[in-house]
Write a protein that binds this ligand. Structure first.
Ligand code: SF4
Length: 395
């Protein structure tokens, strides 16, 4: 095991790693340019506002770097905003939080986003769910479904940083209208009524994370099939299958994923890539390997993990990449069964629909027939009944 760790230390080049240099917030500008930055409750895919948001946490100042225990990558950026009482004790907003409190609510004020991040930390709330639920309420307000009389006098407008921070605090305290939004977007919509449900973006009542499934279509499958609802860390994202990343698709060649697959397709090739790669990330999750550090995103590759598992378990060299599948599949099966226990309330496969998207992906969507075909194939590959509810096959 020492040898494996030594290999990692010697081969990880911090200075060449964009993740170390800029943190996950580097994604904000790149995703906006690609048209896949969730903006104003997923109506749009790009925004001018995050450029300012991205600049500060991207600053490569060693004093701002934070890390999880013993991680050499140190991708975190700690933020301190004295006038708002934001301290580095709560770390700092990474990509998901910058988008959830920022572009998805139309907000570009990084200091307000840092406050939003800290409030969510103080009240132990998920920033994605809170940001998406407030964005849902902002769209309801824009459509006239909610007025300031419903929202304790707050005008919930896209782009209103003060309203974002004030409503986050109310949700944390379950105070006034915050008590309704604390239910999450789907249950809040049921309580509000008046057609509010058409502006909800959830899978299995879980708010969609800050990744656009119309622009990364394998992700539609991930959101629909993850046991806990929309989950952006079920597997690597589609640009990686194109060889987009410097380490690229080649990092997954030991799994048989050598051919590039386009991000805007949901073909059988994509289903296979997602299925193999999602099991690889499930294995990393079982082992405590951060998905940001794992291939194909970063340095911890398939061979290194195989060697580490042999070193720790004493398994023989015959234990190759594919023979680890059994342990991964047991974990996957267990979490899927746990999901099934709530099947009446949580159908196993669904995907939200939302049609509006501005340049550069205008008109791009996941066709329902293509999605259903991909879902059937995925269920077959997993040994599940190919029907959309994904029940375990009796055979
Ligand atoms: S473990 Fe992951 S999230 Fe934590 S510092 Fe390392 S790369 Fe970043």
């Amino acid at each position: 095991m020492q040898a494996v760790l030594k290999w990692m230390r010697e081969h990880y080049n911090r200075d060449a790693d964009m993740l170390h240099k800029f943190g996950t917030s580097r994604n904000v500008v790149a995703m906006s340019a690609d048209g896949i930055l969730p903006t104003r409750n997923f109506r749009e895919g790009s925004s001018n506002t995050p450029k300012r948001s991205a600049a500060r946490p991207c600053r490569n100042d060693p004093d701002d770097e934070g890390t999880c225990y013993a991680c050499a990558i140190a991708c975190k950026r700690e933020v301190d905003v004295q006038e708002l009482g934001v301290t580095a004790r709560y770390g700092g907003p990474e990509y998901e939080t910058i988008a959830a409190g920022g572009s998805v609510c139309g907000v570009g004020d990084l200091k307000a986003i840092a406050k939003f991040h800290q409030l969510c930390g103080e009240y132990v709330m998920d920033t994605i769910s809170v940001g998406m639920t407030i964005a849902f309420a902002m769209e309801c307000a824009e459509q006239g479904i909610l007025t300031s009389a419903d929202t304790d006098g707050l005008a919930l407008r896209f782009g209103d940083a003060e309203a974002l921070v004030a409503m986050t605090e109310k949700i944390g305290r379950r105070e006034g209208f915050g008590d309704v939004l604390a239910l999450g977007a789907e249950r809040a919509a049921a309580k509000i009524g008046r057609g509010a449900e058409q502006f909800v973006l959830t899978v299995k009542k879980q708010e969609i994370p800050m990744h656009e499934a119309r622009g990364k279509q394998g992700l539609a499958l991930a959101y629909a099939t993850a046991p806990g609802g929309a989950d952006h860390v079920r597997g690597p994202h589609d640009p990686i299958y194109e060889g987009f990343h410097p380490r690229g698709a080649h990092a997954l060649e030991p799994l048989g994923l050598a051919e590039p697959v386009k991000r805007l397709e949901l073909s059988p090739h994509k289903v296979r890539a997602y299925q193999y790669a999602s099991h690889w990330w499930t294995l990393c999750s079982c082992l405590g390997v951060c998905t940001l550090a794992a291939a194909p995103v970063d340095a911890v590759g398939v061979t290194l993990v195989t060697n580490a598992m042999r070193a720790v378990t004493g398994w023989t060299p015959a234990c190759g990449s594919w023979s680890r599948w059994a342990s991964v599949r047991r974990r996957w099966l267990a979490s899927s069964i746990a999901g099934r226990l709530h099947a009446e309330r949580r159908p196993t496969a669904e995907a939200p629909a939302r049609g509006i998207h501005r340049w550069p992906l205008t008109g791009v969507r996941v066709e329902p027939e293509t999605f259903q075909r991909a879902l059937r194939l995925y269920h077959q590959m997993e040994g599940w009944d190919p029907r959309p509810d994904g029940r375990r096959s009796p055979s």
